[in-house]
Design a protein around this ligand. Structure first.
Ligand SMILES: [Zn+2]
Ligand SMILES: [Zn+2]
Ligand SMILES: [Zn+2]
Ligand SMILES: [Zn+2]
Ligand SMILES: [Zn+2]
Ligand SMILES: [Zn+2]
Ligand SMILES: [Zn+2]
Length: 1754
């Protein structure tokens, strides 16, 4: 279709390109009616450029629009060629200090915690790095898009508002200068003209609502009628729904549909069909029909194409305006002027107003374009920012209402600009005073919550879905209120006072609607049927918490405001509860001769509410009054006489009683909603303006009352009055033995009541209540948190309330109360309480939850025991109350409390007859302790002449009064001290008695009468003796218990050894084998240890016994016995790869015989080292398989392992495995024959072997030519000229048992299957190759790890690794016995021919393209197939040695060819050493054979060094290989690191120390071989620079370098855009830590198909980069991601830590993060060790939710 249109389109384009911008601009300059002229131009050209077909062509459109439409405007504006005009404007411009950079999604932003006025003030990365704040405490976040850099805004920063870049011209006049002075009159006039027209055009067309008709001025006479079916974005439908619908409606492919959906989501609309009206209308109706079933349908419009064209250009125009004003602040000012100029319709008719007011009608793309323009124009111009702010405030109500009904997220609404305006302190203040903004916001908010109950309170119950939606949206208004209040005024004008108080009134109205909302009644009889709605009310409370606090902060700043606010608040509270004493007759309560009148009210029977914001606000204001001392200076200003204390305390008290009753289980039938409410009431997020303030309100009320009266009212509200007012009530009550439940209930209530008294007297750490400041308060919080346990920084932060700036104030005080302990390789840094702070511990700290309290108690007692102190936890010494609250202490010595305490102590003394509890007693003891501390304080601080009125000690010494005549409290305590049933509290009682005596001493020191004291001491003494005896008894009990536990433990341990015998066995064996070497030391000297060849050290292998972990039976490893196997995991690996772009294309045809030296795809085998019988394993595996099938059918659950792929977990350690390796004895010993003394030298040997190979080839040719009977076969053999003693018809007998043979096949097939990713086929000739390859690759990867970590070659290895390598090597050596001999012989022939060429192999790789170690392993392991038919007397050892020497020499030549770079000018002395001379000679030979293509003549010294370094890894691998193959122990020198290993290696490997001697000794054959290697065409190409080759030594692969500072990674990722959807920002940029590629993860756009399934970018990447496994860093989340295959993955803790030694997964806290190298190394090590898959397995086993994640879509 495109080609059809082509000529026509081209014609139009040509005519368009002929337009001259200059000419058009010239015409405009002459025009009398410029508007008409320009509009005509647009009407004519816009539809020709935009929207000419079904799909947009952005590049072409932009190009044409610039040429035909924008160009003329630029000419007109500049009055000359804009390429000169704009730079001139730019030069003349004096830029403002504002940075104003608009943030992209995901871009890092920085906020200074020390200097930012509020947390919304942020800097871009560039400004931040150039600012003083980089050395301050800062927070880092990623932007959600929108918003801009506040650099240069003096109002945003307390200090350092400019970065270096924007600080350029502060030295000049600070005064505001009119930017227009830098422009000429002409330019101003023209700019004004063109801006006015264009801005109006854009606004008009974007807000145009007709679908089929243009504005009259743009209408053309002739027009073609084409239409678009336009699909709009909404937040209701999902991606999947849209994609599905589109496929149906417009008949497109899934891919196209995804494209449409992505654009709709991004831009807000996309045309999905183009054509005539009917055609589009039809698509529309299908879409609407398909999406209207459950929800409201997708929005679709059929629009005339020319409207769409103009709208597209309108958007282009707005961006253009944004660009043009960037040239000059003057232009920007003109645009602002144009935008805010009032239109013909008066108020709210400016272009800016019109855009804002139609915001909710615009699509997403249009909104963001004009929002951006606003940000770069109006918000950047200080003068117009203010005017704009006023427009915004005037439209506020309308904008918010539009937003509430709009279905787009807030970030796409113009209402979101409030954060840019309201957070500017001067603007906020101006808007409050001039536009009454506070009141407007609150009123708007209230208007949207109209649903009220009969008392006018909010009612959230039975909200419809729509109301709930509105409620969610309207919450953003609270955020606006917060922005307005966040910066507090430094000075007050009367205007501000008035408007603030007006706002405060409105706020009180709001709180009034909340006071008493969601009331509840106790459910008796049956359980509630439906959980009532409670979350909405709490959401509101939670959102308002900071606002309430900030209101108080504002009030605190001005006495007049504070007093007025206090009066207003009190008045509203009285309105709420004015009538609470009405109705019923008051009742009279009396105890101990005190009596009080109160109302009849039972929490358990009547309505009660948790929501009391008005009371709580009043409490807050009261504390402020107390702090500000205005109350003492001008009490007449306060309405104190109007305060009715009983009224103040009533509702908070009810609320606290409710909590107590809930705790006592009385409200069980009210369900979970109540439990949740109580939880949040105390929770750190709410408590500051809920629970804390209720306590303060009670303290306020009580401080104005007779404490006896208060206590009686409290008893009555707790419904405990009867118990304590009737002397014998307790006795009667318990003897009735009524309900156990009721007894329990009452006990809990009494405990709770005592706790409340403790809190009322003890909680003095709010400034204003006690004489403390804010730091004391926070210190105390921290001390109590750390009393529970040491905590990490983030944990601590979470337990502390945050203020509106997200600060807890912790950093300032933490040093004073805690030590920091740094983290290790795992875990986090921890804060520990300083020991000296322990004395401030209060067991009844009011913010402890019950669980925390008991944990803290236990921890503190333990600490005391450790320090050998007594374990009493007495109340701490408290700071004094502020004067307004001072009378509170009198509760402690009030008659009613003494009565309560006496009663409870009495119960405890007569402990059998009463229902009492130990916690009750503990609380009474604590209260007594508090009173004693108080009295002591009073005495110590009292001036000499002052009479101390606090006389608690006297009161408790007096016996009780009639009628019950109980003993004194003191006497009772003395009795209890010896009560055997009060063991735990003994220390506390002792502490009380001691303190009592100390006080007595102080009191008596003035009156000198020492009589009572001696009595006391004696008593104390005797008690101490008793105490000692008691302690002894306890110690004895403890000892017995310990013994019992020990016995149990050793029993368990024995079981463990039984069950894990094999483990222990192994450890023992390992010890034995290593010591064996040392024992042999004197006999076998180091030099004689030789790993291979005829001179190999003869070692008799020890008999090996192993135990099956499944059946626990022990068995010896024997050739003829049933097989023992190790659990093993085979995986493909690219860890050593030097070429990540290479992977196996077609596994069916792939030939793995030669490993390329880039090691691009290897097969690694690992094992946990656990041994099983082969048959036990079989049974186990079968049962796993069966179980899995059942499970999948039943639960459709995934597991961490894939049974169908042969995976299972090791039954002992749950390590992921996918096959087993048989345990074998050294296989060479089985096949070695007698050694004839006369062994061939290398040359002879090569000839013999060549002949043998030739013979075999000839035979095979014969065999395949005629498939004849065996007799004929034999005949042919005889006809051939066979080398002496060679018998190709000989079939060796397989020595292994059936079971072992089966396991050899099993493991071989598994390696083949995994390594090549093909279906298992044990007959495939590639099976043995894969086995050898895995052996070689695994050894190579171990060698790399050891070298990288600088560890000795034969140092102590973990025994699992040792076992694995030994079994793997021996397995690979034995594997040929289960394969067809001729297949392996064929392999050997080809392998051999790669070094010793013969005629029949031509397609072999040149030596540059062969990894020599793989070649060595394959040759050595294939050789027995030849040797077993050779009866000439050549031993296996001889063959090994010659193969090894041959390959080593090939490797040396390889190194000489590839790795001898030119020297760096260091002229060395003439070669002196023997090695140097030799290598130089060799080099010359090589050079000669390459036809001198090998350049230069490096010095011998350099050559020798290069060769040695290059060959070292190969030698090390070979040593490991032969060690495991032949079992020769390693010389002890290898076991220590640091020694020069080269000579030892050579000796061990039977090599001359001068490796070049090998060539010299065998020069006869070597010269011809070297020649054949060097004459190869590939070698020539390489030397001539036409291709690359690997050089040696190969460097180890490392994970990529990560930057020190995490934010530079964020920045890097924010610049990264999705590679598939043209410049879009990627939502989840993810970094491959292996190769450094950034990927667009977890997103539709970058899904690709892999093996018939859609996979995300990461999974797709693992297939090429990591052959299925991958290590990634999810940059936005700061999370490491491990992936393996399509179904496995886990998250791993990132290598970035903050200053507190914690990671920040999800970047929630925003503390600066720095690279922790140790942790990164640990990740790298996991990778090197091939443990990533294993790590994933363990993570998934530990956390089942990980199994459910769709890893493949990441
Ligand atoms: Zn900036
Ligand atoms: Zn800056
Ligand atoms: Zn700062
Ligand atoms: Zn077994
Ligand atoms: Zn295991
Ligand atoms: Zn993408
Ligand atoms: Zn990669």
């Amino acid at each position: 279709m495109a080609s059809e249109l082509e000529p026509e389109v081209q014609a139009i384009d040509r005519s368009l390109l002929e337009c001259s911008a200059e000419e058009i601009a010239g015409k405009w300059l002459q025009a009398t009616d410029l508007t008409r002229e320009v509009y005509q131009h647009l009407a004519h050209y816009v539809p020709q450029i935009y929207c000419r077909g079904p799909n947009p062509f952005p590049q072409k459109e932009d190009m044409l629009a610039q040429h035909v439409l924008l160009g003329p405007m630029e000419w007109y504006l500049c009055g000359e060629d804009p390429t000169f005009g704009f730079p001139k404007l730019e030069q003349a411009n004096k830029p403002s200090h504002l940075c104003g950079r608009v943030f992209k999604v995901g871009e890092p932003t920085y906020s200074c915690r020390d200097c930012a006025v509020d947390p919304t003030c942020v800097l871009c990365m560039e400004c931040f790095l150039g600012s003083i704040h980089r050395d301050h405490r800062y927070r880092m976040t990623t932007s959600g898009g929108g918003g801009f850099c506040d650099c240069g805004d003096t109002e945003a920063w307390k200090e350092g508002p400019y970065c270096q870049k924007h600080d350029l011209n502060t030295s000049e006049t600070e005064e505001e200068e009119d930017p227009l002075v830098h422009l000429s009159e002409d330019v101003i006039a023209r700019t004004y003209n063109i801006f006015a027209i264009m801005f109006r055009y854009a606004v008009e067309i974007l807000t145009w609502e007709k679908e089929n008709e243009l504005p009259a001025e743009l209408e053309l006479e002739e027009q073609s009628d084409t239409y678009y079916c336009m699909l709009f974005n909404d937040e209701v439908h999902t991606y999947e729904q849209v994609i599905y619908t589109l496929q149906k409606a417009v008949n497109c492919t899934q891919k196209e549909a995804i494209g449409f959906a992505t654009t709709v989501d991004r831009d807000g609309r996309r045309s999905v069909r183009y054509g005539d009206f009917q055609y589009c209308e039809q698509a529309k109706s299908v879409i609407v029909r398909n999406t209207s079933r459950q929800t409201k349908p997708l929005k679709v419009q059929v629009m005339h194409s020319s409207i769409v064209a103009h709208q597209n250009f309108g958007l282009k125009l707005l961006s253009w305006l944004g660009n043009v004003i960037g040239y000059s602040d003057g232009l920007r000012r003109i645009l602002c002027q144009v935008g805010l100029q009032e239109g013909p319709d008066g108020e709210s008719s400016s272009l800016v107003d019109r855009l804002m007011l139609s915001d909710s009608k615009l699509w997403k793309g249009a909104r963001s374009v004009y929002h951006q323009l606003f940000m770069s124009s109006l918000l950047m111009d200080l003068k117009y920012k203010k005017l704009f702010a006023i427009r915004f405030a005037k439209n506020y109500e309308r904008l918010q209402s539009d937003y509430v009904t709009d279905d787009h997220d807030r970030e796409f609404s113009v209402a979101d600009l409030s954060v840019q305006i309201f957070t500017v302190p001067s603007l906020a203040r101006m808007l409050i005073t001039e536009e009454n903004l506070m009141t407007t916001i609150i009123k708007t908010f209230m208007d949207h919550l109209r649903h009220r109950d009969s008392q006018g309170r909010f009612q959230f119950e039975r909200y419809t879905a729509l109301q709930a939606f509105k409620f969610r949206r309207v919450q953003s208004l609270i955020l606006d209120l917060k922005y307005v209040l966040i910066s507090k005024p430094t000075e007050w004008s009367d205007e501000l006072r008035q408007k603030f108080l007006e706002g405060f009134d409105a706020f009180l109205e709001l709180l009034k609607c909340m006071q008493g909302m969601d009331p509840i009644t106790r459910q008796v009889g049956q359980h509630i049927e439906m959980e009532p709605e409670w979350e909405a009310a709490f959401t509101l409370q939670m959102k308002l918490t900071h606002v309430i606090s900030m209101m108080q902060d504002w009030c605190a700043l001005d006495e007049k405001v504070l007093i007025e606010a206090y009066k207003k608040c009190l008045a509203v509270l009285m309105q709420c509860h004015g009538g609470f004493t009405d109705g019923e007759q008051p009742i009279t309560l009396s105890i101990c001769g005190h009596s009080v009148e109160t109302i009849r009210y039972c929490v358990s029977q009547e309505k009660v509410s948790i929501h009391l914001p008005v009371s709580r606000l009043l409490a807050g204001l009261h504390v402020l009054l107390s702090k500000s001392e205005v109350a003492y200076k001008f009490p007449e200003l306060l309405p104190l006489s109007e305060l009715s204390p009983p009224m103040l305390i009533e509702h908070p008290l009810r609320c606290l009683v409710l909590c107590a009753q809930v705790h006592a289980g009385m409200w069980r039938r009210n369900g979970f909603s109540l439990v949740n409410q109580i939880y949040y009431y105390h929770n750190v997020k709410c408590r500051r303006e809920m629970f804390d303030k209720d306590i303060i309100m009670l303290q306020t009320g009580v401080s104005m009352m007779d404490p006896n009266h208060f206590l009686m009212i409290m008893l009555s509200r707790f419904e405990l009055y009867q118990i304590f007012s009737t002397p014998d009530y307790g006795k009667r009550f318990s003897s009735e033995i009524t309900h156990k439940d009721v007894v329990q209930q009452n006990n809990t209530l009494i405990e709770e009541m005592l706790y409340l008294i403790i809190m009322l007297v003890g909680e003095r750490f709010s400034p204003g209540v006690g004489q403390v400041d804010a730091t004391d308060e926070i210190k105390r919080e921290i001390i109590h948190q750390l009393s529970i346990k040491p905590m990490a920084h983030s944990e601590l932060v979470k337990s502390l309330p945050e203020d509106e700036n997200k600060e807890t104030g912790m950093e300032g005080v933490i040093e004073a109360v805690a030590h920091f302990k740094k983290p290790g390789l795992t875990g986090r840094g921890m804060y520990e309480l300083k020991p000296e702070c322990a004395k401030e511990f209060n067991l009844y700290f009011y913010h402890f939850s019950r669980a925390e309290q008991s944990k803290a108690e236990e921890a503190q007692r333990k600490l005391k025991r450790q320090n050998r102190e007594d374990t009493a936890l007495p109340p701490p010494v408290l700071p004094p109350f502020c004067p307004l609250f001072a009378s509170l202490v009198n509760i402690l010595q009030s008659d009613v409390l003494l009565c309560i305490m006496r009663t409870i102590l009495q119960w405890a003394v007569e402990h059998n007859g009463y229902a009492w509890s130990e916690s009750m007693l503990q609380r009474v003891l604590h209260l007594i302790g508090m009173a004693l501390q108080e009295e002591k304080q009073h005495l110590e601080n009292a001036m000499e002449e002052h009479v101390v009125t606090f006389t608690f000690t006297q009161k408790i010494s007096k016996p009780g009064e009639a009628p019950n005549n109980s003993p004194s409290i003191l006497a009772m305590l003395e009795t209890l001290q010896n009560a055997p049933y009060l063991e735990v509290h003994k220390d506390m009682i002792r502490w009380i008695l001691k303190t009592f005596n100390a006080i007595k001493k102080i009191r008596e020191s003035s009156s000198t009468s020492p009589v009572a004291e001696t009595e006391g001491t004696i008593m104390e003494e005797s008690s101490r003796d008793k105490d000692k005896a008691e302690r002894k008894r306890k110690a004895e009990i403890a000892r017995l218990r310990r013994e019992k536990i020990m016995a149990q433990m050793s029993e368990m341990q024995r079981h463990f050894i039984d069950e894990n015998k094999e483990l222990f066995q192994q450890t023992l064996e390992l010890d034995a084998s290593s010591s064996a070497v040392l024992d042999n030391g004197p006999v076998v000297s180091d030099k004689t240890l030789i790993a291979l060849g005829p001179a190999k050290t003869q070692i008799s292998e020890q008999r090996q016994f192993v135990t099956c972990i499944l059946c626990q039976e022990e068995q010896e490893v024997k050739v003829e016995d049933s097989a023992m196997v190790l659990a093993a995991f085979v995986q493909r690996s690219t860890v050593l790869s030097k070429n990540r772009n290479k992977f196996i294309q077609d596994p069916e045809k792939y030939d793995p015989l030669f490993m390329h030296p880039d090691l691009s795809c290897g097969t690694h085998t690992g094992s946990c080292g656990h041994v099983m019988h082969a048959h036990c394993w079989q049974r186990y595996f079968d049962s796993v398989q069966a179980k899995e099938q059942r499970r999948q059918q039943r639960l459709r659950l995934h597991t961490s392992y894939d049974v169908e792929n042969g995976e299972f977990l090791c039954p002992l350690c749950e390590c992921l495995s996918n096959t087993v390796i048989p345990l074998l004895l050294p296989p060479r010993n089985i096949f070695s024959r007698l050694n004839f003394s006369d062994q061939p030298n290398l040359t002879q040997w090569i000839r013999t072997v060549s002949q043998q190979i030739k013979a075999l080839q000839a035979l095979r040719k014969e065999g395949s030519a005629s498939d004849t009977a065996s007799s004929k076969h034999v005949e042919n053999v005889n006809e051939l000229q066979l080398p002496e003693g060679f018998r190709p018809d000989f079939q060796p007998k397989n020595p292994y048992s059936e079971s072992i043979k089966e396991m050899l096949t099993t493991f071989g097939t598994a390696t083949y299957k995994v390594g090549l990713k093909v279906h298992p086929n044990e007959e495939d000739p590639r099976v043995p190759i894969m086995c050898w390859g895995s052996c070689a690759y695994t050894i190579q990867s171990l060698e790399r790890i050891l070298s990288d970590e600088d560890k000795p070659l034969f140092g102590p290895l973990p025994c699992r690794l040792d076992d694995c390598l030994r079994s793997l090597t021996r397995f690979a050596a034995a594997h040929w016995t289960v394969v067809s001999l001729s297949v392996v012989q064929g392999h050997f022939g080809r392998l051999f021919a790669s070094l010793v060429p013969n005629d029949s192999h031509e397609d072999l790789p040149c030596i540059l393209d062969i990894d020599m170690f793989h070649l060595l392993v394959s040759l050595v392991l294939a050789f027995p197939t030849l040797q077993c038919q050779d009866f000439s007397g050549i031993s296996l050892g001889t063959g090994d040695l010659h193969i090894f020497h041959l390959v080593t020499m090939a490797h040396i030549v390889q190194i000489l060819l590839t790795s001898c770079t030119e020297e760096n000018g260091m002229d060395q002395e003439n070669p002196t050493g023997e090695e140097e001379l030799a290598v130089l000679a060799l080099y010359k030979t090589v050079r000669q054979y390459t036809g001198s293509a090998l350049r230069g003549t490096p010095s011998g010294w350099h050559l020798w060094r290069t060769v040695k370094a290059g060959v070292m890894p190969f030698l090390k691998c070979s040593a490991l290989f032969f060690h495991y193959l032949n079992g020769v122990p390693s010389p002890p020198d290898f076991q220590a690191s640091g020694t020069n290993n080269f000579e030892h290696l050579c000796n061990y490997l039977s090599l001359p120390n001068n490796l070049i001697c090998l060539f010299q000794e065998n020069s006869e054959i070597m010269n011809s071989l070297i020649e054949s290697w060097c004459r190869n065409n590939e070698v020539r190409r390489y030397l001539e620079g036409e291709r690359d080759a690997i050089s040696y030594p190969r460097e180890s692969n490392k994970l990529i370098d990560l930057p020190e500072d995490y934010s530079s990674l964020i920045n890097q990722a924010s610049n990264f855009s999705c590679p598939k959807s043209g410049g879009d920002k990627s939502r989840a940029p993810t970094l491959c830590l292996v190769c450094g590629t950034l990927l667009c993860s977890q997103s539709y756009c970058c899904q690709t198909e892999l093996e018939g399934e859609d996979v995300g970018a990461c999974t797709a990447h693992t297939y090429s980069c990591g052959s299925g496994a991958g290590i990634f860093l999810r940059v936005r989340e700061c999370q490491v991601l491990f992936l393996a295959g399509k179904t496995k993955g886990c998250f791993y803790s990132p290598p970035y830590l903050d200053d507190y030694g914690e990671t920040d997964q999800g970047l929630r806290r925003g503390n600066p993060l720095r690279l922790c190298r140790e942790r990164f190394k640990k990740i790298q090590k996991l990778w090197h060790q091939h443990s990533v898959t294993e790590e994933i397995g363990h993570a998934q086993e530990a956390n089942q939710t990980l199994v459910g994640i769709d890893w493949q879509h990441l």
